[in-house]
Design a protein. Sequence first.
Length: 296
Amino acid sequence: MSSSILNRVQMFLTEANTASVQVSSTIIQEFGEACKAAFRRQFTDKRDNKFKIRMSSIGRPLCQLQMEKMGKEREPLPYNVKMRNLFGDMIEAATIAILKASDVKIDDEQKRVKYKFDGGEIDGTYDVKIEGRIWDIKSASPMSFDYKFGDRGGFDALLKHDDFGYVTQGYLYSNAEECDFGGWIAINKSTGEWCITETPIADREHDKNAIQKAKDNIEALKTNAPFKRCFTDTEEYFYRKKTGNRVLKSTCGFCSYKTACWGNEIQYLPQQQSKALDPKFVWYTKVTNPRVEDEN
């Protein structure tokens, strides 16, 4: 199915490069409304900052969820986050419109669902159901597109480095809807390329593990289990050689609670062994081999 979806989209977009194509007024109207709703959601809608268990986040590392529930201070977000979020919403709206214009059979979209278990429930809203399977739409950076969703990544890569809980999120949607989880439709937000990352045909074990992870996280949050970091720091390498310094793992680097979690143990410094005029910055937990500035 995934190749059929991608082929139809590529044929439609290729045709649109050379001539005008037919797109119904209904699709255009729906796209416009979705963009307006995205702008309101990002800027004008009233926000409820109260912690809530959601399908879209429950697969994240438990330590992050615990920090959020405890109301620990988040690190300030850079000003461009709102633009990135808006771009993501609009790319998602465009993806739905293009799928429809490409004659891909969409059963449902933006549907709110609930998954019930052991006397509790969790709700969420999935992106799209195509021919009986749930698909999640992701706008991706070039690196994420290549190494998570594209040819250099795939389902196994996502499963191994699922910092944002995408796998758990997808299987919660499909279990709530009582259908299969197809995977992800990813759009490279820099190049406009599409790719489809499909779940394995034999994915019963992945399904079971994803649902169990959600249940375990929910139980820990509801019972106020003691906080424990899910990750340790790691040795720093520079040109494949150990530097003697220690740094946060990438998952912790993306977390908004680094300072609340690690306190004075961490420092955000230029890469210590780099001689570049504008070195990248790194979160260090220990610096035993510091940067030496050129005297000149």
